[in-house]
Design a protein around this ligand. Structure first.
Ligand SMILES: C[S@@+](CC[C@H](N)C(=O)[O-])C[C@H]1O[C@@H](n2cnc3c(N)ncnc32)[C@H](O)[C@@H]1O
Length: 277
C-alpha cells in the first residue's frame, strides 16, 4: 500500500469511528490504532464494500450492518481458568482475604462469553463461599453477553479447560460442572445463581460501587493509554480500600497514575491490592 492510500484509509477510519460514536454511542476512537485498523480491514474484506467511505452510509444508517462490524471490532477470545497460575494465586492468596467478609462483590469488566466469571464461581464455591458473593460480569458486546447468560461453552475446548482447572488447584472433578449437549457444554445451573450479566461500556459508563475484587483482563491491551487511564480510575473508584485489582498478563499498574495507591501483591500475576490510605 502506498503512503497516499494509507493516509486516505486513516482519514476514512477516523471519520467512520467518529460517525459510529455520534450515531450509536460506541466510542472506538481511543482503541489502539493498529488493532482497530486491522479489524476494520478484516470486516471490509468480508463485506460487499471496497472502501470504508463506501461502507460508511450503510454502517451509520443500518444498525444490523453496524452490529456485524461491532462484533468484529471487539475481541472475544477467552477460556475457563485462563492463566492457571493466576487462578491458583487467587485461590491461595486472595480468597483467604475475601473469606474474612460476610459477603463480597466482584466485577468482571469485559467478561466476553463468561468463562472467567464461571471459573470464579467454581473457585469460590469450592472454597466454601457459595451464597456469600455477587458477581457483576459486564461487556460492551451484547451478543457475547447473551451467550454468557446461557452458560454454554464449546465442548471441543473442555479438555483444555479441564487441564487449566487442574493446574489452577481445582479440588473436584471438572466433569461435574458441565453436561455435554449437541456439541456444546452446558455449565451447571447453580454456577450462575450469583452472577449478573449486564452491558457496560468502559469508554462511557460509570463505576460499580463497593467492589471487593475487580478483574479486567485482556481488555485494556486494545486501548490507547488515555482510555487505559480512564478504566483504571473507574476501577479505583469501584474498589473498597483493601480490595483487589486483577489485570491481564500483558497489562500492569507500572507508570500508571493510580499505581501508588496499590500494593503489588503478586505483580508477575498482575494482582494488586488497594491501600487503606
Ligand atoms: C479478549 S476478551 C477478554 C475476556 C476475559 N476477560 C478474559 O481475559 O478471558 C475482551 C472483551 O472486552 C470487551 N470490550 C472491548 N471494549 C470494551 C468496552 N469499551 N467496554 C466493555 N467491554 C469491552 C470485548 O467485547 C471482549 O469481550
Amino acid at each position: 500500500m502506498d503512503d497516499e492510500s494509507d493516509r486516505v484509509e486513516d482519514v476514512e477510519a477516523r471519520l467512520l469511528l467518529e460517525g459510529i460514536e455520534q450515531v450509536y454511542g460506541y466510542d472506538f476512537r481511543d482503541y489502539a490504532d493498529a488493532s482497530i485498523r486491522r479489524r476494520l480491514a478484516h470486516w471490509l474484506a468480508e463485506s460487499p464494500f471496497d472502501t470504508l467511505s463506501q461502507a460508511q452510509s450503510s454502517l451509520l444508517r443500518d444498525s444490523k450492518i453496524f452490529l456485524s462490524l461491532l462484533s468484529g471490532l471487539t475481541v472475544n477470545v477467552t477460556e475457563m481458568f485462563r492463566d492457571p497460575p493466576f487462578f491458583k494465586a487467587l485461590r491461595e492468596q486472595v480468597v483467604p482475604f475475601l473469606k474474612t467478609y460476610p459477603f463480597v462483590k466482584i466485577w468482571h469488566a469485559g467478561c466476553a462469553t463468561g468463562e472467567e466469571a464461571y471459573s470464579m464461581a467454581i473457585l469460590l464455591n469450592e472454597e466454601g463461599m457459595a451464597g456469600r458473593y455477587r458477581m457483576y460480569a459486564t461487556d460492551i458486546d451484547e451478543a457475547v453477553l447473551a451467550t454468557a447468560a446461557e452458560g454454554v461453552v464449546p465442548l471441543a475446548e473442555m479438555q483444555k479447560f479441564t487441564r487449566n482447572y487442574q493446574n489452577s488447584g481445582g479440588t473436584a472433578s471438572f466433569a461435574d460442572y458441565y453436561t455435554a449437549r449437541y456439541g456444546r457444554a452446558l455449565l451447571a445451573a447453580d454456577l450462575k445463581k450469583s452472577i449478573v450479566f449486564a452491558p457496560h461500556n468502559l469508554t462511557a459508563d460509570g463505576e460499580f460501587g463497593e467492589m471487593n475484587l475487580v478483574l479486567c483482563r485482556n481488555v485494556m491491551i486494545y486501548f490507547k493509554p488515555s482510555l487505559k487511564e480512564r478504566c483504571l480510575k473507574l476501577f479505583d473508584a469501584s474498589l473498597v480500600p483493601g480490595g483487589f485489582l486483577c489485570l491481564g498478563m500483558k497489562e500492569s499498574l507500572e507508570r500508571r497514575a493510580i499505581g501508588a495507591s496499590y500494593q503489588e501483591l503478586l505483580p508477575t500475576l498482575r494482582i494488586y491490592r488497594k491501600r487503606y490510605a
